[in-house]
Design a protein around this ligand. Sequence first.
Ligand SMILES: [Zn+2]
Length: 144
Amino acid sequence: MNISIGHFQLEIDVAKTRGFYQTQPYASQKCDCASCRNYAKAVAILPATVKNLFASLGVDIHQQAEAMIPYRLEDGQLMYSAFYHLVGEIISCVKPHESANIADDVSVWFSAECDLVPEGFPPPIVQMFVDAKLPWLLDEECTY
Ligand SMILES: [Zn+2]
């Protein structure tokens, strides 16, 4: 399926992408750290536009390859950087590494250079980076 997100033109095999994610456990089952547990709660309340985009790409938002907190914002929210993999290719992008907003405080960009690809992920692979401002939703104190 040909899809454009911001200045990125992508060719994504949605069925293969979705099929792979359906065989995998949630990231929260693989890592129990506070950052991952909070991410799982926070992405669950992201706006429908974000969830719909993930769904249309066949990507399970709860199955990030990695989620990090580069910094905490002055308002107490957290800047999260996460990435996911998709089966497909970048057809064109006007400004590589420049992200495209998909909602308030949520942006994505794509790269053919991939890290931490899950075993058995079908090629060709494109990596989707997600930068999102998310709240802290755990009862425990935020140490980030
Ligand atoms: Zn973790």
